[in-house]
Design a protein around this ligand. Structure first.
Ligand code: IPE
Ligand code: IPE
Ligand code: MG
Length: 256
């Protein structure tokens, strides 16, 4: 865990934050969310799926704010998977436009509140204009050491593992890595999440009991919560409830 994270975890909550009734000592350092159910939310209202994504983007804003207020160090959001490229072109276009708008509209919020933006996934596959804002936002927020907002974009756990194997294989072939020194720490260093501690808590909305290719390596000992709530209906209150439940979980890491 990097020093800034250690520092962050020790931080005590101020009076308004402590009213959330959350113990700062057992707060998850890293929360990851599979934001699912936008399409079903829209369908229930006889709306276009895109309306669900729009409402979903508003929820992202609220949850980012709550993470900042409670003192969570890292929030990783599954925003677009490697498989999501198989959706209709119009839906992909709408999602990319929403992403670009989100980055542009949230820049001030990120700068004012010490938020650092990071991205994991095949960023090079995103449309040129989205890549530009993404790189610009990451550069402008690079020095911030408050909440890290980590967006998984064109992200797939298997693709990430394949990329890691390929890179380690090349380095091994070139003689830069000795196969005897390939450890789980070394593997972690070749993933998109290099330097980021594994998630403590993974939340999936909309009730599906599956991982959908998210952070396959990193969630080995992550606590998982699935809620039936569709992402556009997910709220700060429910998020805080889940944090409270997390605090009552006994994490054993294979020990007794
Ligand atoms: C999650 O909602 C958003 C993305 C995957 C981009 P969905 O679009 O998957 O919504 P459902 O699962 O069809 O309801
Ligand atoms: C997972 O949701 C991906 C994101 C939330 C970005 P999906 O809706 O794509 O996953 P499946 O199809 O239910 O497995
Ligand atoms: Mg879905």
């Amino acid at each position: 865990m990097t020093t800034f994270l250690k520092k962050k975890r020790k931080r005590s909550l101020n009076s308004s934050e402590s009213s959330y009734d959350i113990d700062p000592a057992s707060l998850p350092c890293h929360v990851a969310i599979i934001m699912d159910g936008n399409g079903r939310w829209a369908k229930k209202r006889i709306l276009n799926r895109i309306e669900g994504h729009k409402k979903g983007a508003e929820v992202v804003r609220a949850i980012v704010r709550t993470c900042r207020e409670t003192g969570i160090s890292i929030l990783t959001l599954y925003a677009f998977s490697t498989e999501n490229w198989q959706r209709p072109k119009t839906e992909i276009f709408a999602l990319m436009t929403l992403l670009k708008n989100f980055l542009e509209s949230e820049l001030k919020e990120m700068l004012d509140n010490n938020i650092r933006l990071n991205a994991i996934g095949q960023i090079e596959k995103l449309p040129e204009n989205v890549q530009q804002v993404l790189h610009k936002t990451m550069a402008l927020t690079k020095k911030n050491n408050g909440l890290m907002l980590n967006l998984a974009l064109s992200y797939g756990g298997r693709a990430e593992i394949v990329r890691m194997v390929r890179e380690i294989a090349i380095k091994t072939k070139e003689g830069d890595i000795d196969p005897d020194f390939i450890t789980s720490e070394l593997v972690s260093d070749f993933l998109y999440t290099k330097g980021i501690p594994d998630p403590d808590l993974l939340i999936r909305t909309s009730g599906e009991m599956r991982i959908s290719n998210f952070l396959l390596w990193q969630i080995a000992y992550t606590e998982i919560f699935v809620t039936k709530t569709l992402w556009p209906d997910f709220s700060k209150q429910e998020f805080l409830e889940i944090l409270k439940h997390y605090q009552h979980r006994e994490r054993r890491f294979g020990k007794v």
